[in-house]
Write a protein that binds this ligand. Structure first.
Ligand SMILES: Cc1ncc(C[n+]2csc(CCOP(=O)(O)OP(=O)(O)O)c2C)c(N)n1
Ligand SMILES: [Mg+2]
Length: 691
């Protein structure tokens, strides 16, 4: 292939990049201009996809990590026919698919939402693991490559450590990362913040590393050929590139290597648009034009890709004909509907910690679901994902026959990898850690929520009752944080993250069922470390398991005496529900009150119920409501209405045994009973009702 035409493609791409940013009056031209050669070689000569079927399972995947270089991606996808001229002209504008930072849109070739640096590379690792998971089960005909475009920011983010370590350890030779090393970042040159030996660092992690001139078509092609031939290691191509490649100043001198071109239009940075366009072989009067030879080249390239995809499909067809049973299994795993699981068959230990109930469920999953991948950040024996592992096998160097990823102590990496497994398709990822360390995962959870991908999070050790480990390990504000994400809705009113904190074993089964079947968003499950009592049935003649089915409504009456006017509603989730049952008993026996206990495992799900149901369960204007939580009161605050009260923990935890903390923090039956009585007293004073 002539280097000339690819140089023309890269130059054409640079014109599109600066024109998009210029017209939008905002964006990031400099880095994108430097990456143009790599993107041009990759998309024309290496990246396999079917121009007519963007969802083709066997396509190579391209993960852009520095989302600020979006103009580069839209530019090349415009040349591939995925965006119209009008759409790239409307870069960053309301209603346009050419968002400031790319947002997951597979039909247009956008494989991941990117912008928060580092996450794209982590998601790519998950995707590469997903590819191995399938290729090793069904044959190498399913293999494909995963490419990452990384920048200085990608390499500096801490997640790079986990990405490098795990990819090398697992021998992900299908993973190829191009590092756009232009020595410039947002506010300064890179030497101000790093003097690492990147080459040696990745080599020590077990990568094959090459350093090339990242603006040289021939060198890029050679490096990509070598990377494609590699059978044992992931490849890092360090491409030394030039920020603002071929940009000119008004006096016609070079305007390359300028920090100022990172994040503003070239003209605003001091460059000269017409001169630069002329320097790139274009016409300043037609800034969005595609050169005729470039257009012709792409039309040939796309035909070639069509043909290659057709051939791969033939191979698949033959395989299917010879492996009918396996093909059926493959289809069931790739289906967007999760495989059927009989949750009624799961034996939950009585009066167990909800993490242990979850462990029993995970063991059942391991035996009954073909496409689940579970991961833990070095806590599998404690967060009970080990129960899945006992019935599965850890991924190891070039062995993906099992379904368990030991992520190591790298929560953010783990969560990003889970996103990537989801994006690959056909995999149900679950990852776990202590609830307090969900803080380390938050950026990846947010991106999962934005992408609406159904990752499952298992958070155990859910309250100050972690005890002796002290305040560093005792979650206080974590549930409130997740419930903020639960408040963000999609266009159909569905929460961007479902959050469930079940009260006992029966609710844990229901919560897991909801999580498993939720394909619309990620789901977080919050479990206790300590044992909790199985709740008694809601009324005489009721059945606890049947009661717990109401978990799907987000909140329900877990207990109330039949046919009596309710004097007070006690409301909680998780381990506090059992405590409120004991308080309710005291209120009934000692105070003669009629009590309803409401369990609210998910505020988000409850808010989706018809208002009739919400008002029936929580008549907030007519009945006093007292809520209890071991965390910040905020997580239940807007459920109790204007006259209700929420008691929670408003300080950090303290290092002491759990039982002592319950006493000192006022989480005993006697303390809570007193607080409820005080609340009722005040309520009566204010409203004079007959409560
Ligand atoms: C997690 C995160 N932190 C900070 C930023 C803001 N930011 C955007 S790009 C960038 C660094 C840019 O350097 P580089 O990645 O080398 O891109 P270039 O300047 O070469 O285009 C920063 C700090 C971000 N997008 N994500
Ligand atoms: Mg840079």
């Amino acid at each position: 292939m002539s280097e000339n035409i690819l140089d023309r493609v890269a130059d054409n791409l640079r014109i599109l990049i600066i024109s998009m940013v210029e017209r939008a009056k905002s964006g990031h031209p400099g880095g994108a201009m430097g990456g143009a050669e790599f993107i041009s070689v990759l998309y024309t000569e290496f990246l396999n996809f079917d121009p007519d079927d963007p969802n083709w399972d066997l396509r190579d995947r391209f993960f852009l990590d520095p989302g600020h270089m979006s103009a580069m991606l839209y530019g090349i996808l415009h040349l591939c026919g995925k965006y119209s001229t009008q759409e790239i002209k409307n870069f960053r504008q309301w209603g346009s698919p050419t968002h400031g930072h790319p947002e997951l849109d597979v039909k247009r070739g956008i494989e991941n939402t990117s912008g928060p640096l580092g996450l794209g590379s982590g998601m790519a690792v998950g995707n590469a693991i997903g590819e191995r998971f399938y290729a090793q089960r069904f044959g190498e005909w399913m293999s494909h490559k995963t490419y990452i475009f990384a920048s200085d920011g990608t390499m500096q983010e801490e997640i790079a450590f986990g990405v490098g370590r795990l990819s090398g350890l697992l021998g992900l030779s299908n993973l190829i990362m191009f590092f756009d090393s232009n020595d410039i970042q947002l506010s300064h040159a890179t030497h101000k913040t790093t003097n690492e030996k990147t080459y040696q660092k990745y080599e020590s992690w077990g990568w094959r590393v090459e350093e090339i001139d990242g603006n040289n078509i021939g060198q890029i092609r050679r490096a990509l050929k070598n990377a494609n031939a590699e059978k044992h290691k992931p490849t890092l191509i360090i491409g030394k590139t030039v920020m603002g490649k071929k940009a000119l100043a008004p006096d016609g001198s070079s305007f390359e290597g300028k920090i100022s071109t990172h994040g503003q239009p070239l003209s605003a940075a001091g460059g000269d648009i017409p001169k630069t366009i002329l320097n790139l072989g274009g016409n300043p009067d037609e800034p969005f034009a595609v050169f005729p030879d470039v257009s012709e080249h792409f039309s040939k390239i796309l035909d070639k890709k069509r043909e290659a995809a057709k051939q791969k499909r033939e191979i698949e067809k033959k395989w299917r004909a010879q492996n009918a049973e396996l093909a059926e299994k493959l289809d069931s795993m790739l289906s967007s509907t999760p495989q059927a699981v009989d949750f009624s068959k799961i034996n939950i230990p009585a009066n167990a910690a909800t993490r242990n109930a979850s462990g029993a469920i995970l063991a059942h999953f391991a035996k009954n679901i073909d496409n689940m991948v579970v991961s833990s950040a070095d806590l599998s024996n404690s967060d009970q994902t080990g129960k899945f592992l006992e019935n599965s096998k850890e991924f190891s160097y070039n062995d993906f026959s099992g379904g368990f990823l030991q992520a190591g102590v790298a929560e953010l990496t783990m969560a990003a990898i889970m996103n990537g497994l989801c994006l690959h398709g056909g995999i149900i990822p679950v990852c776990a850690t202590f609830f307090v360390f969900s803080d380390y995962m938050k950026p990846a959870i947010r991106i999962a929520a934005l992408q609406k991908i159904p990752v499952k999070y298992v958070f155990t050790h859910d309250s100050f009752r972690v005890g002796e480990d002290g305040p560093t390990h005792q979650p206080i504000e974590q549930e409130a944080q997740l419930r903020l994400l639960e408040k963000i809705k999609d266009e159909n009113g569905f929460p961007s993250l479902l959050v469930l904190r079940p009260a006992d074993g029966a609710e844990t089964v229901e919560a897991w069922k909801i999580a498993y079947e939720n394909t619309k968003s990620p789901t977080a499950l919050i479990f206790t470390r300590q044992n909790v009592p199985d709740l008694i049935p809601s009324k005489s003649g009721a059945n606890r398991k049947a009661d717990a089915k109401n978990t799907e409504k987000g909140a329900y009456t877990a207990y109330e005496e039949k046919d009596k006017k309710i004097d007070i509603i006690l409301l909680a989730n998780g381990s506090e529900v059992g405590l409120l049952f004991d308080v309710a008993k005291e209120l009934e026996e000692r105070e003669g009150l009629s009590v309803r206990v409401v369990s609210v495992p998910s505020v988000g799900l409850f808010r989706m119920q018809p208002s009739d149901y919400q008002n029936k369960i929580l008549p907030r204007l007519t009945v006093p409501i007292f809520a209890l939580t071991a965390g910040l009161p905020d997580s239940l605050a807007n459920l109790v209405g204007p006259f209700g009260e929420v008691v929670g923990r408003e300080g950090f935890g303290i290092s002491a045994p759990a039982g002592v903390l319950d006493e000192k923090f006022g989480f005993t039956v006697a303390d809570v009973l007193q607080k409820v009585k005080d609340y009722i007293g005040n309520y009566k004073k204010d409203f004079g009702t007959s409560c």
